[in-house]
Design a protein. Structure first.
Length: 278
């Protein structure tokens, strides 16, 4: 039913036509859903070595969203949906930030200094944008234009994960929903999970309104129904746990995606301020 295409890393010395910084799951041409994984990988492309990090640091949550790759693959399979996910660590460049965001290339992340980012200048920033960040977003744009051109108005679901605790304080939520102002998918999704007894964060532990992030750029500006789902990392740190949560998420999402309003283009004011619709 699925064709998985694992795409290689871009490197400064490589041809982008052969080595792309994202992985594609083709899915069904009739699917009304696009899945995204901005932080699915912790791999560092060869030219960047280990970014100067101490052993074990890249395996922490600072390197990627733990469990999301398993979660996304299984959810895509259950939904027969296309998906796009990055194949590079967010410590190289964060694809869930706008190109002008000051946190696009992090020099310090949760107490860990990233030596390979210390001397990043405007030219290196541009190189990483053009080699990693922009191709991923261009691929999302291309896929959405293809779906819309086929008269399919998709909902967008972005998958992330969060740490069980932060600075010694336990986080009580099993799952969290981040959203801006479009309530079509977030509100009924949270209500359904809470009805099953789950503790659900509503724009906690993070706020879903961030100008020029992935959902703002591709969903808010296009007027597409969307949701960013965060699952607590200890629940999806194994393949079995991630696949179980994929089943749980799909059982909740599937009936919601059948609602007519999920397949309509509607523009909502953003909490980030005025924007130019695409």
């Amino acid at each position: 039913m699925f064709r998985y295409q694992e795409l290689c890393f871009f490197a400064m010395s490589c041809d982008l036509s052969l080595h792309d910084p994202f992985e594609v799951i083709v899915g069904s041409a009739q699917a009304r859903l696009l899945l995204l994984g901005d932080h699915a990988s912790n791999r560092v492309p060869a030219p960047y070595g280990d970014l100067g990090l101490a052993p074990g640091q890249i395996e922490r949550h600072i390197g990627y969203d733990i469990g999301v790759a398993w979660l996304l693959h299984r959810l895509a399979e259950l939904a027969s949906a296309p998906a796009l996910m990055t194949t590079f660590t967010r410590l190289l460049i964060d694809p869930n930030r706008g190109e002008d965001d000051p946190t696009l290339v992090m020099r310090l992340s949760d107490g860990a200094i990233v030596p390979g980012n210390a001397a990043v200048d405007a030219e290196e920033r541009r190189r990483r944008i053009e080699g990693f960040h922009r191709p991923y977003h261009q691929a999302i744009d291309h896929k959405l234009e293809e779906m819309l051109g086929n008269r399919i108005v998709p909902a967008i679901v972005s998958l992330h994960s969060f740490t069980p605790s932060w600075k010694g304080v336990a986080r009580p939520w099993e799952v969290a929903v981040l959203w801006d102002s479009d309530p079509r998918l977030p509100l009924p999704f949270m209500a359904a999970l809470r009805a099953e007894g789950w503790t659900v964060g509503d724009n906690q532990p993070y706020d879903g309104a961030l100008r020029n992030d992935t959902m703002f750029h591709h969903a808010t500006r296009r007027g597409l129904a969307h949701i960013l789902i965060e699952v607590r990392q200890d629940l999806i740190a194994t393949r079995e746990g991630a696949e179980a949560w994929a089943g749980r998420l799909w059982a909740t999402l599937a009936p919601l995606l059948e609602r007519p309003e999920m397949g309509e283009i509607r523009h909502f004011p953003s909490r980030c301020g005025a924007y130019e619709p695409l």
